[in-house]
Design a protein around this ligand. Structure first.
Ligand SMILES: Cc1cc2nc3c(=O)[nH]c(=O)nc-3n(C[C@H](O)[C@H](O)[C@H](O)COP(=O)(O)OP(=O)(O)OC[C@H]3O[C@@H](n4cnc5c(N)ncnc54)[C@H](O)[C@@H]3O)c2cc1C
Ligand SMILES: NC(=O)c1ccc[n+]([C@@H]2O[C@H](COP(=O)([O-])OP(=O)(O)OC[C@H]3O[C@@H](n4cnc5c(N)ncnc54)[C@H](OP(=O)(O)O)[C@@H]3O)[C@@H](O)[C@H]2O)c1
Length: 562
């Protein structure tokens, strides 16, 4: 138990990158130990444990797609694949002694805020035994991810198909696709990785794609032992590389803006992409692949040899959707009938339905999903706080997704914000309950949506950013760095702050001292003793002690007035 407060504890749901980052900050930056993470999978890593389809990997350089508190000098290449990223997640959890806080194979089914107790009642279910139970916590953190719940696609006759059919995020490794006829539905980032990976062994791969995609070259440099040695022994070099990748990725976001500079840059990148597509893909597919919507409307794809695979004799691209499924295969929207041994649904995720299917009940007795339905989709103050839901923090929440940058940067930024805006005031006894004001949440959300309206995300294409109410609940409209700046210092006027102690500044000093390293604590003590033992200072001590009651009294009077 942390030495801070007997009463204070936290429950985090999800042990993906967001849950891991939250745990690290609480344990190592705040020295706060009273938290548990509940994870429905049988291990940590989130996305990288769920997605094990052939070819699965990162499309952002791994030196940036890694935690700022655990840089990895050993990345094998620029863009690493899923097994290496999952290993890194596991290693991070062990290195920082976080595993003992994680309970796996436990699903959170819901949570209810009790104003009388100032606690969250969290409903949990042991996946192996089916046993349901309850835990209470002062703080509830949702780190359940957003690109994790497969989209619930329904095709007529789907239930008739009598061979294996699975989503990319539920890949069935017991099914051998060697020499088989495989259908892949969809052409997003997942499909672009699956098609070339399985085409090497499958008998035939037919891909159903309703629209085009912007593809870009994806050079993938393999790091030499010398480079890894330099990263290991010259960490500054690695930090610099990370900064360069971050700034370059952020700069590319300019292409998504409606400004003249943005439009010019976008046209140039679109031209480059067209050239790239024409240089590799078979000519017969050009008109289907090259999009009519602006770059960025759908998430752009860094080509993992997908276009090259379209040249193979065993790969066919059908630019159509699905009319129906039969016992033996698929009838395309124009009536083309094909038989398959396996159908792969690369049909994406339910991104806009944040926190589902958990049933979260707030201070007014209403469910979060109902509140969000009534305001046209998910919204949260700076993606993190929701009115009526006190002491709740959402990580990777609504409108926090960086256009073009690392999700891990966004997640870490949000974790830092939740620590500043929620955990520190609670630990310091500055408040016992903190809730964002509806006016602040609405104001911030409206400003974001006003900016988003003129970005490429609102272009003429189907994408996973836009929810059922036509609002983009996913994207942050600006640079990744602007989200970081926006969340750097909490604006306390945005919150209703209830309870707490008038002595909170003392608790803050206590926390600050506790959070110092042991060496700094010793040096500080030596410094204080040295200063106090100076004759001039020693002379002042009795008068300071004499005046202390008056100072405390006036502080008390001010506090009562406030
Ligand atoms: C295939 C794929 C590739 C990607 N590649 C990139 C990339 O290259 N660059 C990039 O920036 N982003 C990428 N992303 C986005 C990716 O989702 C984020 O980078 C990152 O994983 C988000 O971390 P998270 O912890 O918020 O969510 P997740 O990684 O999704 O983790 C959430 C965790 O919460 C658990 N959970 C959910 N609900 C419950 C519940 N009710 N009870 C208990 N546990 C629960 C889940 O099981 C999961 O382990 C990719 C996504 C996918 C699907
Ligand atoms: N690092 C990486 O390289 C990587 C890899 C995988 C995923 N990701 C992340 O995960 C996100 C999701 O990627 P994703 O490829 O899984 O999903 P996605 O981008 O949402 O793509 C889903 C695909 O399925 C199609 N589809 C959906 N419903 C359909 C239906 N009813 N009939 C026919 N086709 C249908 C869509 O077609 P339409 O476009 O026509 O609707 C689209 O082509 C990415 O944007 C990215 O953020 C990243």
């Amino acid at each position: 138990m942390s030495a801070y407060a007997k009463e204070l504890n936290a429950i985090i749901i999800g042990a993906g990158p967001a849950g891991i980052a939250m745990a690290y900050r609480l344990k190592h930056d705040l020295k706060f130990e009273d938290f548990s993470i509940y994870e429905k999978l049988d291990g940590v890593g989130g996305t990288w444990r769920t997605n094990t389809y052939p070819g699965c990997g990162c499309d952002l350089p791994s030196h940036l797609y890694s935690f700022s508190f655990n840089l990895n000098p050993n990345w094998s290449k620029e863009l690493c694949e899923q097994p290496e990223i999952l290993q890194y997640m596991d290693d991070t959890v062990d290195k920082f002694d976080l595993r003992r806080h994680v309970q796996t194979s436990v699903e959170c089914v819901g949570a209810t805020w009790h104003s009388d107790k100032s606690k969250w009642e969290v409903h949990l279910k042991d996946i192996q035994t089916g046993l349901e139970y309850v835990r209470y916590a002062s703080v509830f953190v949702s780190a359940v991810g957003a690109i994790s719940f497969p989209r619930d696609v329904k095709f007529p006759g789907m239930e008739k198909f009598n061979a294996p059919m699975f989503h990319t995020a539920r890949w069935d490794h017991s099914v051998d696709y060697k020499g088989k006829r495989v259908a892949v539905i969809g052409n997003g980032c997942s499909a672009a990785q699956v098609v070339p990976a399985i085409a090497k062994d499958a008998g035939f791969v037919k891909q159903y794609a309703r629209s085009g995609q912007w593809f870009h070259a994806r050079p993938n440099h393999v790091y030499s032992e010398l480079e890894k040695f330099i990263f290991r022994w010259m960490p500054l070099r690695q930090r610099l590389l990370r900064l360069q990748i971050f700034l370059a990725a952020d700069e590319e976001t300019t292409t998504y803006f409606p400004t003249p500079k943005g439009q010019k840059a976008r046209l140039a990148v679109e031209e480059e992409s067209k050239k790239y597509i024409r240089s590799i893909a078979p000519k017969k597919y050009w008109k289907h692949i090259i999009p009519t919507f602006p770059l960025g409307c759908k998430r752009r794809i860094f080509d993992p040899d997908y276009l090259e695979s379209l040249n193979r004799s065993n790969v066919e691209l059908l630019p159509e959707g699905i009319q129906e499924m039969t016992e033996t295969g698929i009838i395309s929207s124009s009536g083309i009938n094909d038989d398959f041994d396996i159908i792969v649904l690369a049909t994406g995720f339910q991104v806009a339905k944040f926190l589902t299917p958990m049933q979260i009940k707030g201070a007014n007795g209403e469910y979060l999903q109902k509140q969000w339905d009534e305001c046209r989709g998910a919204q949260a103050y700076l993606g993190t706080h929701v009115h009526n839901f006190p002491n709740l923090a959402i990580i990777f929440g609504p409108n926090t997704f960086p256009a073009n940058n690392s999700a891990l940067f966004a997640v870490e930024t949000q974790v830092a914000y939740a620590v500043e805006s929620l955990f520190k005031p609670l630990i310091d006894h500055r408040v016992s309950v903190l809730e964002v004001k509806q006016a602040a949440e609405d104001r911030e959300t409206n400003a974001i949506h006003a900016e988003l309206v003129s970005t490429v995300f609102a272009g003429d294409c189907s994408n996973w950013y836009i929810g059922k109410f036509g609002r983009n609940a996913a994207s942050w409209p600006g640079f990744a760095r602007s989200y970081w700046m926006r969340t750097l210092f909490p604006d306390w006027s945005a919150f209703n702050m209830i309870g707490g102690s008038m002595f909170w500044p003392f608790y803050r000093v206590r926390r600050l001292i506790r959070c110092l390293s042991p060496l700094t604590q010793v040096l500080l003590s030596v410094f204080v003793v040295a200063v106090a033992s100076r004759p001039s200072v020693a002379k002042m001590i009795p008068s300071v002690i004499q005046n202390l009651p008056t100072v405390v009294k006036s502080w008390f009077a001010q506090y009562i007035q406030a």
